[in-house]
Design a protein around this ligand. Structure first.
Ligand code: NAD
Length: 257
C-alpha cells in the first residue's frame, strides 16, 4: 500500500485537507504532498471559508466532531469526494449524510474510524480466530489525553468477535461472566471483556487475547506514531472516487470487511 505505480498519462488527484494544522491534518498534508500521484491544492482550519475548495477532487477531513458534518456536507454539495477521520459520526449524523448523498449520487464519502491498516488486519484476524477459542478478552492502551474508553476500535473489535461467535453457534464468552458475576473485573462490550489502560508514552495499542485448553493466541497491534495512519488515508483518497455513496470503514475498500 505504500508503493504506488504512477501512470504518467493520468492526471494527479487534486486534494485539500480540512483541519490541516491539527495533529492528524498536518500529517495528512505531508503525506499527500509527498505522494507522486496527488496534488495538495488547499489547506483549511477553523474559521476558514471552504469556498469552492480550490476545485479539489477529494477532501481529507480531520477536524472536530461538531464541525465535521457541516464540512462534509459542503464537500458533497460541491461534488467533492471526502475521506473523513473525525470521530463523532453517530447513527443520526450518518443517516442525514446518507440522505444528502442520495441527491448527489456520483459522490463518495468514506468515514474511517481507524486508518491504521494493521488495526484493520487485527480486527479481521480476530474475526477469523473467534469461533475457535473458548476465552477471549481485549486489552487496549492509549495516551492519557484520550477522552473515551473503551476505544472505538476495541468496542468494534468486541462486536466483530461476538458476531463471529454467534455465527458459529457459540454464545457469549462463558469465562467473562462465570469468573466475574459482579462485574468487578471491568467493562464488557457485547459480552466480550474489554480492559482500557491510559499510560504516558503510549499512542494507540490493542491486544486480542484468546485462550483454549493448553494454548493461547495473542493478536497485537501498536501504533507508535500518527504516521501509521497515513498509508490508510492515502489508500482512501485514491479509492473514494470509485466508491460512490457512503462507506463506513476503510476495511470495505481493502477486502477486509
Ligand atoms: P487536533 O485538535 O490536533 O486538530 C483539529 C484541527 O481541526 C485543528 O487544526 C483545527 O483548526 C481544525 N478545526 C476545528 N474546527 C474546524 C472547522 N470548523 N473547520 C475546519 N477545521 C477545523 O485534532 P487531531 O488529533 O488531529 O484529531 C482530529 C480528529 O481525528 C479527532 O476527531 C480525532 O479523534 C480523529 N482521529 C482519527 C483517527 C483515525 O484513524 N480515523 C486517528 C486519530 C485521530
Amino acid at each position: 500500500l505504500t508503493r504506488v505505480s504512477v501512470d504518467p498519462l493520468s492526471p494527479s488527484l487534486r486534494v485539500v485537507v480540512i483541519g490541516a494544522s491539527g495533529r492528524m491534518g498536518s500529517q495528512a498534508c505531508a503525506a499527500v504532498d509527498a505522494a507522486p500521484d496527488l496534488d495538495l491544492v488547499g489547506r483549511y482550519d477553523a474559521g476558514d471559508d471552504l469556498g469552492e475548495l480550490h476545485g479539489a477532487d477529494v477532501a481529507v477531513e480531520f477536524s472536530v466532531p461538531d464541525a465535521s458534518m457541516g464540512n462534509v456536507a459542503h464537500c458533497v454539495e460541491l461534488g467533492v469526494h471526502a475521506v473523513v477521520g473525525t470521530t463523532g459520526w453517530n447513527a443520526e449524523r450518518l443517516a442525514s449524510l446518507e440522505s444528502l448523498l442520495a441527491q448527489h449520487d456520483s459522490v463518495g464519502v468514506l468515514i474511517a474510524p481507524n486508518f491504521a491498516i494493521g488495526a484493520l488486519l487485527m480486527m479481521s484476524f480476530a474475526r477469523q480466530a473467534a469461533p475457535f477459542y473458548e476465552s477471549v478478552e481485549i486489552v487496549e492502551m492509549h495516551h492519557p489525553a484520550k477522552v473515551d474508553a473503551p476505544s472505538g476500535t476495541a468496542a468494534r473489535t468486541a462486536s466483530i468477535i461476538a458476531a463471529a461467535r454467534a455465527e458459529a453457534g457459540l454464545g457469549p464468552v462463558p469465562d467473562a461472566t462465570q469468573s466475574d458475576p459482579d462485574g468487578a473485573r471491568g467493562a464488557t462490550v457485547d459480552g466480550i471483556p474489554v480492559h482500557a489502560l491510559r499510560l504516558r508514552g503510549r499512542v494507540a495499542h490493542q491486544e486480542v487475547d484468546l485462550g483454549a485448553e493448553g494454548e493461547a493466541l495473542t493478536i497485537r497491534h501498536d501504533s507508535f506514531e500518527r504516521t501509521s495512519f497515513m498509508p490508510g488515508v492515502l489508500a482512501g483518497v485514491r479509492a473514494v472516487g470509485s466508491h460512490p455513496g457512503l462507506t463506513v470503514g476503510l476495511e470495505n475498500y481493502l477486502g477486509l470487511a
